[in-house]
Design a protein around this ligand. Structure first.
Ligand SMILES: C[S@@+](CC[C@H](N)C(=O)[O-])C[C@H]1O[C@@H](n2cnc3c(N)ncnc32)[C@H](O)[C@@H]1O
Length: 187
């Protein structure tokens, strides 16, 4: 990711009129998040304003949440503290070059972001029995937005192909979005 992209995202998050997600957790996450146990850990990649990470912390998870935009992370941290929550570790990271922490996570989620090079690490970092929850744009988005970088949108059926042998909880390719949730087998 070029520095210019970070600047672009910072600008977007600094603009109160920009259309960035600010509301509560995504429904896909709510549907498939297992009840947290003591010590449960979650990871969110490209967390933006942190709405999902904060919700996970409210459910009892200790959360690592990464994003390239410091402007977004500052707002996310303020939103977390305003809700009286402490459980999210917001970290500024360029996921193009960042090595994910070595912990086994009980849950890894990604919303509205795609970097295919991360799939091997995501597969590896989910502990056996843990879940991956992923939702982002697919090629249907290109119909109305042909200027979108095709590398940033999924092909239909692509997400399940990255998780062979996992127990699929939900998988759908909608008009613009693909949704996927799956549990890693216990071996
Ligand atoms: C469309 S927003 C989605 C944010 C959040 N997941 C949501 O659903 O609201 C994409 C996010 O990816 C982040 N991002 C883009 N490139 C990144 C990179 N190389 N490393 C980390 N974060 C990145 C942006 O800062 C932005 O917050």
């Amino acid at each position: 990711m070029a520095r210019s992209d970070r600047i672009r995202w910072d600008r977007r998050y600094a603009d109160p009129s920009s259309r960035v997600h600010k509301d509560g957790p995504d429904a896909l996450l709510v549907r498939h998040t297992p009840p947290a146990q003591p010590g449960s850990r979650a990871l969110e990649l490209a967390c933006g304003l942190g709405h999902n990470a904060i919700w996970l912390a409210e459910q009892g998870y200790t959360v690592d949440a990464f994003d390239i935009s410091l402007t977004a992370l500052r707002q996310a941290r303020a939103a977390m503290l305003a809700r009286g929550v402490r459980g999210v570790n917001f970290v500024a990271a360029d996921l193009d070059h960042f090595v994910l922490p070595p912990y086994p996570y009980d849950l890894i989620c990604v919303f509205r972001f795609l970097d295919r090079s991360l799939f091997p690490a995501i597969r590896e970092r989910v502990r056996p029995g843990g879940v991956v929850i992923y939702q982002t744009l697919n090629t249907g988005h290109l119909v109305q937005h042909p200027d979108t970088d095709p590398e940033r949108v999924l092909q239909h059926g692509e997400l399940p192909a990255y998780f062979p042998g996992w127990i699929v909880l939900e998988a759908a390719d909608l008009d613009h979005l693909s949704l996927f949730a799956a549990r890693k087998p216990l071996d």
